[in-house]
Design a protein around this ligand. Structure first.
Ligand code: SF4
Ligand code: SF4
Length: 468
């Protein structure tokens, strides 16, 4: 058995994880969080396989910053399961969970018109199982029991646009108390069906497309998606731009494959008026993805590439931990106005704002995401941001209008600015058998909604909610 006691610097805390070597999700193993050479590791003690170390951060200074950003828990309004076997085997949501559903995923079908190599859900053509309107209504009722005014519902699958009633589902959810609705899609139907895009546009403000976009390279797309998706992406974005449908592009990142492409993806995103930002997601080893360690990448490595990219204006001060789940989500917000590049093509000017907001203004909030209810907070932020005239004029004026996205004010603006003036970079890391720990999992704020339960996204994907 390996013995690492000589080879780490600081012991930070003790928690529990799973052994990635025996891959047994029915047995937690004692785990220490330790540092070595300014990196952070899970040091695991498996009775069968011995000790192992898994890197969870390449930047101990940023790791400490995450701890400093922790805010008071914002709990679900109601638990739906009891504590019986203990975390993580009581998901549903149980009384131990420390975060409410910021983002609720509604899986409306198992069917997909692709078979990606990295699908967490292992979807593929022919699986079918479209959820009925009754089931979706029941899922909404279940969510509303735990969160009466959800910030964000994301309709997903499988590929949700293969569901014959997808517009009915979106219209139904749009009428619910949800603040923001997203459609998570591979873009195939959007590329081909303009009438569908027009119908999406009619859903109005508060609706957004969450579009797969992992690379500009054929080989990378073949590796991740098992298909060259470049033409589909080009057509889909042309369609979304034409109808100005708010869009977030999301890139799954595999180390050594597309991590070096992050600057190009960021630059590409600025060519479109409709793109509100980019989400980077380190690949997880769940679903169809086999356990291989060498393509793993941490949130801190992606953040470093973003802040070292001289082509975008986000600095280390602008890419901060999200207070509700700081180790797992990093965010940076900018005000955006469309300009032109050297060739005269459309290109977004960005003015990052997160670095200008004092940390205390975020972490000292009462345990709520409802920042707009705290007028003093909003006023101070707007005044702070208004000091920046980097774009030639103060773009934030007197009349305050706010909207919220998840645990962070997504948009603070005067009446003459809209959601299209928001741009954000989000790095969102989920848990798998490697980086799982029973402390952080209790803060997860992305939930899969089932007719009778709401389950943290990571434990759902790992099969933990089904392992009993
Ligand atoms: S992950 Fe959350 S909901 Fe699941 S068992 Fe642990 S505390 Fe409960
Ligand atoms: S990742 Fe999305 S598009 Fe790819 S197979 Fe899975 S559900 Fe389908």
């Amino acid at each position: 058995m390996a013995f690492y006691a000589q080879h780490y610097d600081l012991f930070l805390t003790a928690t529990q994880s799973f052994c990635q070597q025996c891959d047994n999700i029915n047995r937690l193993v004692d785990t220490h969080v330790v540092t070595k050479d300014n990196e952070v590791f899970l040091r695991k003690f498996c009775p069968t396989c011995g000790e192992s170390m898994v890197k969870i951060s390449t930047n101990y200074d940023y790791y400490k910053q995450c701890e400093a950003y922790l805010k008071q828990p914002d709990l679900p309004e109601k638990s739906l399961t009891q504590v019986l076997r203990g975390c993580p085997y009581d998901c549903g949501v149980c009384p131990q969970h420390q975060n409410h559903p910021c983002l609720a995923l509604f899986n409306v079908t198992d069917e997909c018109n692709m078979k990606c190599n990295i699908c967490y859900y292992a979807a593929e053509p022919g699986l079918g199982n479209h959820r009925s309107m009754e089931e979706i209504s029941q899922m909404l009722d279940t969510l509303l029991e735990t969160e009466s005014e959800p910030d964000l519902i994301q309709v997903t699958g499988g590929e949700p646009t293969t569901h014959p009633q997808i517009m009915e589902i979106l219209q139904f959810l749009k009428k619910s108390p949800v603040r923001h609705l997203m459609l998570n899609t591979n873009g195939i139907r959007i590329a081909e069906d303009e009438a569908f895009v027009k119908a999406l546009k009619k859903l109005g403000a508060g609706f957004e497309v969450y579009l797969q976009f992992d690379s500009l390279q054929k080989e990378v797309l073949q590796d991740i998606r098992a298909r060259d998706m470049r033409e589909v992406r080009r057509k889909a974005l042309a369609m979304l731009e034409k109808h100005n449908v708010s869009t977030t592009i999301v890139s799954v990142i595999k180390k050594g494959l597309n991590d070096k492409e992050i600057p190009q993806i960021l630059a590409f995103s600025r060519k479109y008026r409709c793109i509100r930002g980019v989400v980077f997601q380190p690949v997880q080893e769940v679903g169809r993805i086999k356990a291989e360690g060498d393509f793993r990448i941490t949130l801190s490595e992606i953040r470093q590439i973003v802040v070292e990219d001289e082509g975008n204006p986000f600095t280390a001060a602008d890419m901060i931990p999200l207070p509700c789940d700081p180790h797992k989500i990093g965010v940076g917000y900018a005000a955006k106005t469309m300009g032109i590049d050297k060739e005269g093509a459309p290109y977004a000017n960005l003015m990052p704002v997160t670095g200008q907001i004092p940390k205390e203004m975020i972490t000292e909030q009462r345990g709520t995401v409802a920042f707009e209810q705290d007028r003093a907070f909003v006023k101070t932020i707007v005044e702070t941001v208004s000091l920046d005239t980097a774009m030639g004029e103060s773009i934030l004026k007197d009349k305050i209008k706010t909207k919220l996205f998840c645990c962070w004010p997504s948009f603070l603006s005067p009446a003459d600015m809209g959601y299209e003036n928001v741009y954000r970079i989000v790095i969102m890391e989920f848990s798998d058998v490697y980086n799982f720990d029973t402390t952080n999992i209790k803060r997860e704020c992305n939930f899969m909604i089932e007719p009778n339960r709401v389950i943290p996204f990571s434990t759902y994907n790992m099969g933990l909610s089904r392992s009993q």
